[in-house]
Design a protein around this ligand. Structure first.
Ligand SMILES: O=C(O)CCC(=O)C(=O)O
Length: 256
C-alpha cells in the first residue's frame, strides 16, 4: 500500500542568502627570473613551455610523446604513400632504407644547393609548429629545409653507423623523431686528438632509449662532441622508422 502525501506545512524562513562560493584564483605562471637563475625553457617566455622528459647528455633533449599516435600515423603514411622521393637501400651511414627531402648537402665540396623535393606538408605542418612551441632558445629561428627518413628492418641486419652530423653545413639543432619501433641509440664521446678524426671512446658511451613518438633535439655537447649510432642488436622491434630534420642554409661557396 502507498502512503498518501502529508499536507504541506509552511516552509521555515531560510534566513540571509549564503555567499556564493568563490572561484579559485588561478596561480600566475612563474615569470622568468634573471639569467643564471631560470631554467632555459623559461628564458624569454612569459609562461613555462614544455621541458624535456630527460637530458641524458648535456645538450641532448629528449621529449617522449612529442607527437600523438594520430600524427605518427599521418607522417608514416605520408612517407610510405608518396612515390617521390623514393625509398632506396642505403649504405652511407650503415645499412638501412632511406629517402630524403629538401636542400642537397654536398659534403665533399662543402656546398648546400636548392632542393629537388621540398619538405612535404605532412612534415612541415606537423613538426614545424610543435618544434616552435617547445620554446627552446636553440630552436628560435629554426626553419627546417632538409630532412631524411630511415627505415630499419631487424631481419635485414640494419644499423646506423656512429657519426656526427656535419658541423658546418647544418645549423646546431638536429631534430630527430622515432616512429613505429624502439631502439637504443649509443652516444660516444669523440676522442680528442684522434688521428682518424671521429672515434668513440669506448668507456664514454651512453645508451638512450628511443620509444616511438619520441623527439630528440641534439644541441651543444651532444651535437658536437658525441657521435650517435644504433647497433643492430639495439633495434628492439622488427621495424623502426626515423625522420631527422635540419636547417642547412643554401650556399654557393664552400662552407669550410
Ligand atoms: O635513426 C635515427 O634515429 C638517427 C638518424 C640519423 O642520425 C641521421 O639520419 O643522421
Amino acid at each position: 500500500m502507498c502512503a498518501s502525501p502529508r499536507p504541506a506545512s509552511p516552509a521555515p524562513d531560510p534566513g540571509p542568502e549564503p555567499a556564493p562560493p568563490r572561484a579559485p584564483v588561478p596561480k600566475p605562471a612563474p615569470e622568468p627570473s634573471a639569467p643564471g637563475g631560470a631554467a632555459w625553457w623559461l628564458l624569454g617566455a612569459s609562461r613555462p613551455l614544455l621541458p624535456p622528459t630527460s637530458e641524458p647528455l648535456p645538450g641532448l633533449l629528449v621529449y617522449e610523446g612529442f607527437i600523438s599516435e594520430e600524427e605518427e600515423r599521418l607522417i608514416s603514411r605520408g612517407m610510405m604513400r608518396e612515390a617521390e622521393p623514393a625509398w632506396k637501400p642505403g649504405t652511407f651511414n650503415g645499412l638501412s632504407i632511406n629517402k630524403r627531402w629538401g636542400v642537397h648537402c654536398n659534403l665533399r665540396d662543402r656546398l648546400v644547393s636548392a632542393p629537388t623535393h621540398p619538405l612535404p606538408p605532412y612534415l612541415l605542418e606537423t613538426l614545424g609548429p610543435k618544434l616552435a612551441a617547445l620554446g627552446h632558445p636553440k630552436l628560435r629561428g629554426f626553419e627546417m629545409n632538409e630532412a631524411n627518413g630511415i627505415i630499419y628492418k631487424r631481419k635485414l641486419g640494419h644499423y646506423l653507423a656512429a657519426h656526427c652530423d656535419d658541423r658546418f653545413l647544418s645549423r646546431e639543432p638536429i631534430c630527430n623523431l622515432s616512429l613505429g619501433g624502439s631502439c637504443y641509440m649509443t652516444y660516444g664521446r669523440v676522442r680528442s686528438g684522434s688521428k682518424k678524426g671521429l672515434q668513440s671512446a669506448g668507456k664514454e658511451e651512453v645508451k638512450v632509449l628511443l620509444k616511438p613518438r619520441t623527439l630528440q633535439v641534439l644541441t651543444g655537447e651532444a651535437r658536437y662532441d658525441y657521435t650517435h649510432g644504433i647497433s643492430h642488436g639495439d633495434l628492439l622491434d622488427e621495424e623502426r622508422i626515423s625522420v631527422t630534420v635540419r636547417m642547412s642554409p643554401v650556399t654557393r661557396k664552400g662552407a669550410a
